[in-house]
Ligand binder design. Structure first.
Ligand code: CP3
Length: 350
């Protein structure tokens, strides 16, 4: 078999094959810490333009690929991108994040939501993913991503990011039936969207339930976990071979529960020691993570030591090396380059 017929490194590890070093990519690897991104942002000041005009989104997605050759190339987009396709109009404001024009708070609004028709609503996603696959070939793995029902509901109901999640928690604890209706509709739309990404070229899909760590474990079991399961089950029905990753931010208290979601790979953040995460999740579960993004402010020696520590604790099977969450916008680009170089030499170093 020639080299070109071999599946890319990250995909092989995600499927559970033994590989010579953990594959590596970074959440938010395309974005503000890169000068090339900031330059392009001058030309295209609107986030929706940057992520929805195919040529621009393709270029942004490929900026980290060209600079660092990560083992994963993630689609440049946002978790709220599919919402207009359901009838939830939104924008993404500089420095603030998603803004929902008419927050969803009543049953009547939920009843009016449309089922997602991805070919019609999100044609640019297909163009972008096809181009990324074409560009990276077997040298890297193309990742798609979606937001999870609870996290997308948090944006839809709150209308923007929140520190307290007061409005959605009020709804959850006072009128749960209404929220369950919204979560069900979002789950079905997200599954359709993820399938469309896979059909368009995504080889692995990560679901971000970023704000599920804001729930108590018992509420996570009611409002987050069943809908994560609903999405993953629906994707697996039609696409059983595509590895699925779950991320929850601030996940230490719900790590075992994340393992029950149906994900193949659980992202671990830096509030959990990687050795403890392995013990808590069991030998069968694959993991991703988990350096503190702040480590990339430090010296090269410090960065190297933390990488080696993480990789030793994760062991030599079922680990995708990553940060525990997105790279921070003021991270020195040089340190990102060093992170990738070091990671790619690990079969020599560890
Ligand atoms: O990883 C990647 O390179 C893909 C890019 C990506 C973006 N958003 C681009 C983006 C991904 C995976 C997302 C997902 C996303 N969006 C999440 C889940 C990930 C996480 O952080 O937990 C969430 C919660 C959002 C909502 C959102 N969109 C926020 C909180 C922000 C940041 C607001 C800010 O300015 O600090 C956005 C905007 C956004 N999405 C940016 C990027 C690179 C920053 C704006 C910019 O660069 O112009």
């Amino acid at each position: 078999m020639g080299v070109t017929s071999t599946a890319p490194h990250l995909l092989r590890a995600a499927r559970g094959e033994i590989v010579d070093r953990p594959p590596v990519w970074m959440m938010r690897q395309a974005g503000r810490y890169m000068k090339a991104y900031r330059d392009l942002r001058e030309k295209y000041p609107s986030f929706r333009d940057r992520s929805e005009i195919p040529e621009v989104a393709i270029e942004v997605s490929l900026q980290p690929w060209k600079a660092f050759q990560p083992d994963g190339v993630i689609l440049f987009s946002d978790i709220v991108t599919p919402l207009p396709g359901l009838g939830i109009e939104m924008d993404i404001a500089e420095g603030k994040g998603p803004i929902i024009h008419a927050p969803i708070r009543t049953q009547a609004q939920i009843e009016q939501l449309r089922p997602l028709e991805p070919e019609a609503a999100l044609p640019f996603i297909k163009t972008i993913l096809q181009a990324l696959r074409q560009e990276v070939g077997n040298q890297s793995t193309v990742l798609g991503f979606v937001g999870a029902p609870w996290t997308l509901a948090a944006y839809a109901v709150e209308g923007k990011g929140s520190k307290t999640y007061s409005i959605i928690k009020n709804l959850a604890f006072s009128e749960p039936a209404i929220l369950h209706q919204l979560l069900t509709k979002l789950a079905d739309a997200i599954a359709i969207y993820a399938r469309y990404q896979i059909d368009s070229g995504a080889q692995v899909v990560q679901m971000f339930d970023s704000w599920a760590g804001q729930l108590s474990p018992q509420d996570y079991d009611t409002f987050a976990l069943p809908y994560q399961q609903r999405v993953f089950q629906q994707i697996k029905q039609t696409h059983p071979d595509t590895p699925l990753i779950l991320l929850v931010s601030g996940s230490a208290g719900v790590l075992e529960r994340m393992g029950q979601s149906g994900a193949d790979i659980v992202t671990v953040d830096w509030t959990v020691d990687m050795a403890d995460a392995r013990a808590r999740l069991g030998k069968q579960m694959k993991v991703q993570g988990n350096l503190d993004p702040g480590v990339l402010y430090a010296s090269k020696q410090f960065i190297r030591d933390r990488i080696i520590d993480t990789v030793r604790k994760a062991g030599n099977w079922g680990h995708i090396l990553n940060l525990g969450h997105g790279v921070l916008p003021d991270t020195p680009e040089e340190n990102v380059a060093f992170f990738f170089e070091t990671a790619k030499q690990l079969n020599v170093l560890v």
